[in-house]
Unconditional design. Sequence first.
Lengths: 229, 252
Amino acid sequence: MSWITNTLTSTLGRKLSMSLTGLFLVSFLIVHLSGNFLLYKGDGGEAFNLYSNFMSTNGLIRVLEIGLLLGFGIHIWTASILTRMNSAARPIGYAVQKTHEKVSWFSRNMGLSGSIVLFFLIVHLINFWFPYHYQEMPMVDIEGKPYKDMYGLVARIFHDEWWYSVLYLIALLLLGFHLQHGFASAFRTLGLDHKKYNSIIEGIGNIISIILPLGFATMPVYFWFFHTV
Amino acid sequence: MNTMNLTLKIWRQPNTAAKGELKTYSISGINDHMSFLEMMDVLNENLQKKGEDPVVFDHDCREGICGACSLVINGRPHGPQQTTTCQLHMRSFKDGDTIYIEPWRAKAFPVIKDLMVNRSAFDRIQHAGGYVSVNTGSAQDANAIPIGKEIADEAFNSATCIGCGACVAACKNASAMLFVSAKISQLAMLPQGQAERNRRAEGMVAQMDQEGFGACTNTGACEAECPKQISISNIARMNREYLGAKLSSNAV
């Protein structure tokens, strides 16, 4: 086992953890966004409530939820270790530092964008995940059976809590920049670098960094302007 | 020819343990054909005439090939041009400019004095595997070992790394990965490097970590500042080499 721990605790091993968990979390975002589009079905939230019920009761999903928790945990924990290592590698900084124009600001500040997204994530869980699992929820009947009204909660929070929607949009913007650098960077860290595919990977990274946040951003906007509770 | 008067803010530090500080110097009558290091020579002559301690900085060939010169000039390693400090000329500056001159900043590169840093961490990384240890005998006949032109060129490009450390100085994490990856790559791509390929990747990366360099964030600052235009594709190759070595070598 020593070679495994040795590999995983090296700088390259830690970057590997960042890369793999990062790409895994991207796959989660895609699934999460796809499911959330059920909000737009126009059936008063029936499909979304059934989906919420499925996601919180299905055994396989609950197992995957542990995987997701681990994915976030490893990504955040490794990031904090790397950040400390990286700042320790330069104890005395420069009096003047001029970053080359080819280097993007967000690529240098992944920790900052990530931290704000993490702050949002915690607020997000407190707002939706926590009440759904651990608090009394208003119920709705769907085909004679009672279900927790997740749709109503989403509609109410996005409609009534303007500060939450603002935080949501800010976090999405930063998530976009985080993904824009992180996606292609993850492939480089895996050693996947090839003339033919680099531009394709960067292209996909650019697309998901726009499509995913934009997709999520439609939700508060929809409930804000076009939906009455 | 133009002459210029400059204000220099130079990092002065008597020894490794001492606390350093930026000191201000005025210098006049600098010829714009001078190299940056010649300007520093003029400054040091002036300081010596006044009986002051001259500014210590690294330099050797002054032809851009040895990798001895360093200096972070106005926040950029080797200054505003993508070349070595010795090949930077004063025509890149204007009369009346203030120029900040600082040493490479990294825990693994402790300041010896003023602007001179100890880069023996790079030597120790090389000692950890950046060589071919078989006895090669006398030179082979040309084409005795067939190597594709593209591969030979790529390996040569990696081999042009002069080990100056600008990549470390430019990196926000003071990471040495551009250097290490170039040194791993130049041999990994060639037949002569195959026998020790795994041992090299594992050994050099382990030594790099032990020296206290940071990790890579793929910002690309290193390749943008590298005076030899070493590409960050080398870093991706190093990642492949290292993971492949870890998964396949017999070192448990």
